[in-house]
Write a protein that binds this ligand. Sequence first.
Ligand code: S3P
Length: 184
Amino acid sequence: MFPNIVLVGFMGSGKSSVGRELARGTGYRFRDTDLLVRSRVGKSIPEIFAVHGEAFFRAQENAVLRSLQRERAMVLATGGGIVLDPANGPLLRRLGPVVWLVADESTIWERVSRNPNRPLLRTANPRQTVRKLLNARQDLYAAVADFSVDSTGLDHQQVARQILATVRDWPGRGDERPTQNPGP
Ligand code: S3P
């Protein structure tokens, strides 16, 4: 049985919604690194970026991840940039199976353009920023993930079902993992 489930992926790939769905389906607790950073610092994510800068945010993200290392029976949704700090890879993988939620660029754009709370996308050309960040991060998600699920065209329940079908027979300890190609 899997100790936890960890979701990584770009902004707008559905980590929080799918994570809540997985938590409902498993009875596991739902945790979200963005929410934990927010309550730890006592400010919203845009405020943290504006007042303290991205490096401070990344340090908080790493501290939150370290604080979760003893958790079990948790579904963890992570911020899209959690893979940027190389120290986070082993911390994520130690928790349990790491799932990369993939969505195509136009789906991501459609989702993120509805929500103004992402400081990294407050640029002159946010659509281009999405493309650049996606390209820069693909390999990082692939490196940390055990497998990927493409959520394009699927609803959250369908994505959660696919994930559960894959992790159902996962070994108990986070470091004994079947060999799988994360794809896509
Ligand atoms: C970020 C993604 C956000 C949040 C912050 C930075 C990123 O989380 O952590 O705005 O660098 O991709 P979501 O992926 O939940 O939007």
